[in-house]
Structure formats: structure tokens, C-alpha cells
Design a protein around this ligand. Structure first.
Ligand SMILES: *Cc1c(COP(=O)(O)O)cnc(C)c1O
Length: 505
């Protein structure tokens, strides 16, 4: 037997290494406004860079840190850049970076109270703060999860468990008591694909999702919702949940939440709000009226790793009645209960959500909220809202761009539309198919080109079937100057691409 060795670093060595890491991080933050947003390396090159032998002999930590500088950073996409507008990706607060290190050092497991007394109570408090921030019941249940998808899965299971007219916890979907197919409703245009993942995981089958037509402003048509519900019931389906969007993925639209809440009450349905990207906008007094009705939701999905700028991962689910969450997730095993309930036991998060072992995600949110305060966060969110309006103004004024929707929050989709096409074919929307295809291609080319240039990271989506440029402006670092710069780059690239394409034809 070799002599015992815990292999921890000596305190002095750890300090030296830690200071070096802090220097690296501080230098990174200093450069983050200027780095190319997307790396130049091709995917196979990145793969080759990290194809390595399993290390048998341990390495010097200094050499491992060198690899971060030499291999990881040059192959990173910089979500913290003010010109990163992809998906809906938060930019990462600095204090959360420190929180992550602190949380890892004490390494509490927030699945149960005993291994995480402080962490459990910080999570409970932070959940209540988030509820207060958006005008929701502060006694609600809820917890931090990996992201919006997991929050939607958690909400839909809670909905099903609490609305099925038989004991679905024991009998599940296989029950003979199930009278028909369960169905869930969301907006056809703006409903999020994570709901597809949720019905996959719950094994409800994708037919369970009923897509409700939307109005011209991309919000759910509640008259159509009523008709679909009535018809589905006549056909023997079991509607159990309606999902309203609070900030939709392509346009930032907010569904008529009050009307949906009424319809859910009338039909005895679970009302879920998918506010993964937009729910926190309710903290802005000027925007709060748009969210009217959200306070009546049975559950809400909200992603701190989006518009609260928290680094990955951090989603959050809120359930108005905490007991209903427990009903959906309560579970027992001898090894989960170390003691009889005493004054040294408390909330066990594993009893009210999908995970058992859980990380201390709450700390980075708790610290960021304390650092910025509600006032600081309002300011940051307003800056993003202002950038989206500013961009909308640029697009509206331009002869070579087309606006498609009002800039409700921070997501904005629009089109590059060369002026010669407008003058030849007139109003957008009535083009021959080959012109539509051409415009789709052109907009995709523009997004790809600007990504590869490293100047900005912009993606496309489809709005009413057409390929559009889509910018999700949820970096706390983005300024109007960034928007103006990017807009001009899009225009240059669009013009150049259009000329090349025309020469080819
Ligand atoms: C991002 C998003 C989700 C999924 O959240 P993840 O954190 O990516 O799992 C769900 N719904 C909406 C509206 C979103 O924007």
C-alpha cells in the first residue's frame, strides 16, 4: 500500500494557480468587445484539436491552463460579445463567474436540505425574488433547472399529474382509465420546439400538440383556441394545458395571457406560460401591462441564462401552488431519508422537480440580483429594448430592408430586400416563387457571411415561411453603436452578395 495522498494542491500552489486564472479571466473580459465573435476554425479542425490520448500520467496544472489559452479560447464562440445575437443566449455576468467558482468550492448538493442548508435557502429566496420581480405569487413552488426545455418538461408533467382524472402517478399513460388522448395547445407560429421535446419525454406523442392559429401580430388567436378546444372535446380528446408565450422566439410577441387564463378557467385546464426568453420583461413598469394575466398562470418557464444574463446553465420553473409540484414529483427511498424530520431538516428539492443531485445554480442568480439590484437589471433590459427599437427604426427607414413586426422586447426579425426587387415586383409578399426562393437564399447567405467574418453572430429563422435575419439582442454589453455597425455590415454584405448573384444569372 502506497502512502496515503489526497492529491489536493498545496494552498500556496492553489493560490498561485487561482490568481493566474483570475488574470486570464480579467484579460478575457477586457478583450471581449473586440474578439471575432465566431472562430475561424472549421469543425473538423476543432475536433482534431481535442482528439487526445486519455492522460495516464497526471500533468502540471500550468500546462493544462496553457491549453485553455492556446486551444479553447481560439475555438470559442463569444456569447459575451456585444455583437453576438444568436439563438437567445445570455451574455454572462461577471459576478456569476465568481459565484460558479465559489459554488464549486463548497460543492453542496441542492437535491436535499441536509447536504445544502445554505444553498437550499438561497435557492428558495431567489425563486421568491424572481416571482416578485415579475409580479407572480411569491409563495409559489419552483426551482432552478438546466434550462427552458427542462422547465417546460417539468411544467407539463406537473400539469398532467394535476389535471388527469385518475391517479396518473401510479397508472401513467398506460391506464385503462384514460378516456382519450391528452392534448396541449400552443401558438402555431411562435410556439417553441422545446414543447415537442417535452411531449417526447412525457411520451405523449407529438400529435398531442395542437397548434393554434395566430393573428397578424403573431399572438395566439383565442377565438380559434376556443373553437379547437370545443372540437377536440367533441372528438374525445382530453385537453389538459394551454401554453401562452411571454416573449416569442421569432418576434418577441406576448400572447393575450389574460384571455388564455380565462379560457383555462372555463375549461378547467392548466395554464402554462413559456416565458423562457421574455417573462423577465415584466420587471419593466412600461412593459408590465403586456403581461397582464401571467400572474394567473399555474406555471411559468423563465430562463435566467437568457435575459438575466446568467452564464449557462440556468433555467427556472415556477408553479403557483407548490403542493402541486410536490404531488407531481414526490418520491421516496430509504437512502434519501437520513433522519426523522427534525429542526435540522427542511425543503428537499428532489421532492419537487425532476433532478435528484442538483448543483448550486441559485448562487449565481442570487449574487447577480444583489449586484445589479432591480434598478440595475431594469436599466440593462431597457438598453436591450432600446437597441431593438433603434434597429427597427433603421430597418423602417431603409429602402433595402423590410420590417416584419413590432419590436416588442429584444428579439427582432427582418429581411434584406434589394430595392430593385421591390421596384420590379412591388409590395413584398406577392412575389413569384423563384423570387421568394432567391430572397430566402440571399438572407441566408448574409447571415452566414457575417458569422464567418467574425464581425457579428446573426442567425436566420423563418417568419410566415420566409427566411429572415433574426437578432436576439440580449447581451448586457450591446450598445446602439454596435447595432448601427452591424446594420451597415449587413447592408454591405447584402449589396455585395446581390451583385455577385445577379452577375451569375
Ligand atoms: C430558449 C427557449 C426555450 C428552451 O430553453 P432552453 O434553455 O434552451 O432549454 C423554450 N421556450 C422558449 C420561448 C425559449 O425561448
Amino acid at each position: 500500500m502506497a502512502e496515503f495522498n489526497d492529491m489536493d494542491m498545496a494552498p500556496e500552489d492553489f493560490k498561485a494557480l487561482g490568481y493566474q486564472v483570475i488574470d486570464m479571466i480579467a484579460d478575457y473580459y477586457k478583450s471581449v468587445r473586440d474578439v471575432p465573435v465566431f472562430p475561424e476554425s472549421k469543425s473538423h479542425e476543432v475536433k482534431e484539436t481535442f482528439t487526445q490520448q486519455l492522460p495516464y500520467a497526471g500533468e502540471n496544472p500550468a500546462a493544462i491552463l496553457d491549453e485553455w489559452q492556446e486551444k479553447v479560447l481560439p475555438n470559442a464562440t463569444h456569447l459575451g460579445s456585444p455583437r453576438y445575437f444568436g439563438f437567445v443566449n445570455g451574455s454572462g455576468t461577471m459576478i456569476a463567474t465568481l459565484a460558479e467558482a465559489l459554488a464549486a468550492s463548497v460543492n453542496m448538493n441542492v437535491g436535499a436540505w441536509k447536504p445544502s442548508p445554505a444553498a437550499t435557502e438561497i435557492e428558495r429566496q431567489t425563486i421568491a425574488w424572481i416571482a416578485e420581480l415579475i409580479g407572480y405569487n411569491t409563495d409559489c413552488g419552483g426551482q432552478f433547472v438546466s434550462g427552458g426545455t427542462m422547465a417546460n418538461i417539468t411544467s407539463l408533467l406537473t400539469a398532467l399529474r394535476n389535471t388527469a382524472d385518475y391517479d396518473s402517478t401510479t397508472e401513467g399513460l398506460q391506464s385503462e382509465k384514460r378516456r382519450g388522448q391528452f392534448t396541449v395547445y400552443m401558438s402555431a407560429h411562435e410556439g417553441h420546439v422545446s414543447i415537442v421535446r417535452a411531449v417526447d419525454v412525457l411520451n405523449l406523442g407529438r400529435y398531442a400538440i395542437r397548434r393554434v392559429p395566430d393573428k397578424a401580430d403573431f399572438t395566439m388567436d383565442t377565438t380559434a383556441l376556443r373553437e379547437m378546444l370545443a372540437e377536440d372535446k367533441r372528438n374525445g380528446m382530453i385537453p389538459f394545458c394551454v401554453i401562452g408565450q411571454a416573449g416569442a422566439i421569432n418576434t418577441g410577441a406576448i400572447d393575450p395571457l389574460e384571455e388564455i387564463a380565462d379560457i383555462c378557467v372555463e375549461n378547467n385546464l392548466w395554464f402554462h406560460v413559456d416565458g423562457a426568453c421574455g417573462a423577465v420583461g415584466a420587471m419593466l413598469p412600461e412593459k408590465r401591462p403586456l403581461y397582464k394575466g401571467m400572474e394567473r398562470a399555474d406555471s411559468i418557464t423563465l430562463d435566467p441564462h437568457k435575459w438575466l444574463y446568467i452564464p449557462y446553465e440556468c433555467g427556472c420553473v415556477l408553479v403557483k401552488d407548490a403542493e402541486k409540484m410536490r404531488r407531481a414529483f414526490s418520491i421516496s427511498a430509504p437512502y434519501l431519508r437520513g433522519t426523522l424530520p427534525t429542526e435540522y431538516s427542511g425543503l428537499d428539492y428532489l421532492e419537487c422537480g425532476p433532478q435528484m443531485s442538483r448543483g448550486f445554480r441559485a448562487l449565481k442568480v442570487w449574487m447577480s440580483l444583489k449586484h445589479y439590484g432591480v434598478e440595475g437589471y431594469r436599466r440593462l433590459l431597457n438598453q436591450n429594448v432600446d437597441c431593438a427599437s433603434y434597429l427597427d427604426g433603421l430597418v423602417q427607414k431603409a429602402a433595402d430592408f423590410q420590417a416584419l413586426h413590432a419590436p416588442t422586447l429584444f428579439i427582432y426579425s427582418f429581411r434584406y430586400l434589394p430595392a430593385d426587387i421591390t421596384s420590379q415586383y412591388g409590395e413584398a409578399g406577392n412575389y413569384p416563387e423563384e423570387v421568394d426562393n432567391y430572397l430566402n437564399n440571399l438572407n441566408q447567405q448574409i447571415a452566414d457571411d457575417i458569422q464567418h467574418s467574425g464581425d457579428a453572430f446573426i442567425m436566420t429563422s423563418r417568419v410566415r415561411g420566409q427566411v429572415v435575419l433574426r437578432m436576439s439582442i440580449c447581451s448586457h454589453r450591446t450598445t446602439r453603436a454596435d447595432i448601427a455597425f452591424v446594420f451597415e455590415r449587413l447592408r454591405e454584405i447584402g449589396k455585395m452578395r446581390h451583385q455577385i448573384n445577379e452577375r451569375r444569372n
